[in-house]
Design a protein around this ligand. Structure first.
Ligand code: SF4
Length: 372
């Protein structure tokens, strides 16, 4: 889609690269936040930070990053850990495919690259979860190579500097931003430049109300000059997000010493929330009673008959492409469970064990709601 009011500038109207780069690096030298991953160029640590920072804000990542590196100080430590341990440390950070990919990639790095992250783009891109952005960030920040890296913060700044009036997420848009970023990249200082422009996007050229008055590159910004900064990047219309109805089972028993234990099941490794632990649950098709859907799922996927009792709580949660509304029901089981279908194993969870299991956010919220 093209914005008719402000046509895209021809290439010779693009802002000059040298003053932008100079102003940006000078600003970054005094405005940079002191973040733990900026005190290192260790490729493994840079990698962990970049994976965590995808989809998650800096203040949330800091604690997770530090705990993760205490648990897994080297790529070998991560490769040797079980996926359960990794997911338990990732619990609450969301987008769990990142953790599964990081873990799988660490094993490849140890097995195929002698425990050292490769310095070549093709080899990095072959690792699970490593796309052009993470490869570019690693090559420029950790290895000091002249590589472009464009994440959503950087894309926003480039789009505004360039006053790019088309969809920057389209193939043509990505190409245009990449070419523009290449023009800006100062040879020998690409890592510093990439981090500086990322920082500008995170703290000054923010999504809703860019603080142009405090911006070091304002004199060179085409969108600012044309008054289009809040219209860039061009936003795609929001799609309606469907809501799925779900029913979850709270099955409780007492162990030999009288501790209350709750049945949880682990999702198979592949797919959404793979490897995470959750309460047994079922999607409720339209026109079906939640109790019936739950009874059926427990019989077919856990091999156990269940008496489904009353509704205990309802929790709603949003994923990237849909929402779920989960009604949780007290259930009594008639026999032992035998996981199958979407689950590969089960466990009777004691309250003090919760931190050691990577529970889905929905499960955590249900357990909190019932305990309160
Ligand atoms: Fe962003 Fe405004 Fe700076 Fe342009 S002048 S880069 S729109 S903060």
């Amino acid at each position: 889609m093209c914005d008719q009011t402000t046509p895209r500038p021809p290439v010779d109207e693009l802002p000059d690269a040298a003053p932008i780069t100079k102003s940006l690096l000078a600003w970054y030298a005094h405005a940079r936040r002191d973040l733990p991953w900026r005190r290192t160029r260790d490729p493994y640590r840079v990698w962990v930070s970049e994976v965590m920072l995808q989809q998650t804000q800096v203040p949330t990542v800091v604690g997770y990053y530090e705990r993760f590196l205490v648990a897994f100080p080297t790529v070998e430590d991560l490769a040797q850990a079980s996926l359960d341990t990794v997911l338990a440390l990732w619990q609450g950070l969301g987008y769990y495919a990142r953790a599964r990919n990081l873990h799988a990639a660490a094993r490849i790095v140890v097995r195929e690259h002698g425990g050292r992250l490769p310095r070549y783009k093709e080899a990095l891109l072959a690792l699970p979860g490593v796309g052009p952005y993470i490869a570019g960030a690693l090559l420029s920040i950790a290895f000091g190579l002249d590589e472009v890296a464009i994440d959503s913060n950087i894309a926003r700044v480039l789009t505004r500097l360039h006053d790019y009036a088309e969809d920057p997420t389209s193939t043509a848009g990505k190409r245009a931003l990449h070419a523009f970023a290449e023009r800006l990249l100062p040879p020998g200082r690409a890592g510093e430049f990439n981090v500086a422009i990322m920082e500008l996007g995170a703290t000054v050229c923010v999504a809703r109300r860019p603080r142009c008055g405090s911006c070091p590159v304002e004199p060179h910004c085409l969108a600012r000059r044309r008054g289009t900064e809040t219209q860039r990047p061009l936003r795609r219309p929001r799609r309606d997000v469907p809501t799925r109805e779900m029913a979850a089972a709270l099955c409780v028993r007492r162990d030999a010493v009288g501790r209350r234990r709750t049945l949880i099941v682990r999702r198979r490794p592949e797919g959404l929330l793979g490897g995470m632990w959750e309460l047994p649950s079922a999607e409720v098709p339209p026109g079906t009673a939640p109790e019936d859907a739950l009874r059926l799922a427990l019989a077919s996927d856990l091999g156990v008959r269940a008496r489904v009792g009353g509704l205990l709580t309802v929790v709603e949660h949003g994923y990237s492409h849909f929402r779920v509304r989960v009604g949780c029901y007290g259930c009594e089981l008639d026999g032992a469970v035998n996981p199958g279908g979407p689950w590969d194993t089960s466990h009777w969870l004691a309250p003090e064990e919760e931190a050691a299991y990577g529970l889905t956010r929905v499960t955590t919220r249900i357990l909190e709601a019932i305990a309160s």
